[in-house]
Design a binder for this molecule. Structure first.
Ligand code: HEC
Length: 139
């Protein structure tokens, strides 16, 4: 009887102790209080592609010729750029057409996407900036 209790206590203790390192892991992942957004690692596949698919791919797809000659269906073609050259300068969003065109008053033409009805949020534009500034990897 007493033995069984002890065993139960022991397994409870093991379970609780097992959770602590897990919690520490989650803490390590959480953004710190100073709001250092830069620490967030942006993934091409998980963060960037969904934004491209929602806001850009309808026009910039290899399936149809586009006057800009920019096709964003694949990492390779996105990196290749369009009529005005490379749209992504790894490590430098400010110099990257892809990012410049998502802000008001781009260097030429219209803000992307052209329709006001379907605009990415500031957070999504920021995700693109972070991805480029972090090296624009196919991660
Ligand atoms: C409704 C169609 C449409 C959508 C959606 C769209 N674009 Fe465009 N895009 C255009 C057209 C038309 C041009 C050429 C005229 C211009 O530059 O304004 C262009 C040009 C560009 C260029 C310039 C390429 C070059 O080398 O000349 C970039 C960069 C670009 N778009 C990025 C994007 C991004 C990023 C998105 C998604 C956030 C997007 N576009 C969504 C129609 C679209």
């Amino acid at each position: 009887m007493g033995m069984k209790r002890q065993q139960q206590r022991l397994s409870l203790a093991v379970a609780v102790l097992g959770v602590i390192p897990l919690l520490a892991l989650f803490r390590a992942d959480a953004p710190d209080d100073k709001g250092q957004e830069k620490q967030r690692n942006v993934s091409y596949a998980k963060d960037v592609v969904p934004i491209i698919q929602k806001f850009c791919i309808t026009c910039h797809t290899a399936e149809e010729e586009h006057p800009s000659e920019l096709y964003v269906d694949s990492y390779e073609s996105l990196m290749k750029g369009g009529r005005h050259g490379k749209g992504v300068v790894p490590g430098n969003a400010g110099e990257s057409l892809m990012y410049q065109k998502m802000l008001p008053n781009p260097p030429f033409g219209r803000m992307m996407p052209p329709s006001k009805r379907l605009r990415p949020s500031e957070g999504q534009v920021e995700t693109i900036r972070l991805w480029i500034d972090q090296g624009a990897e196919e991660n």
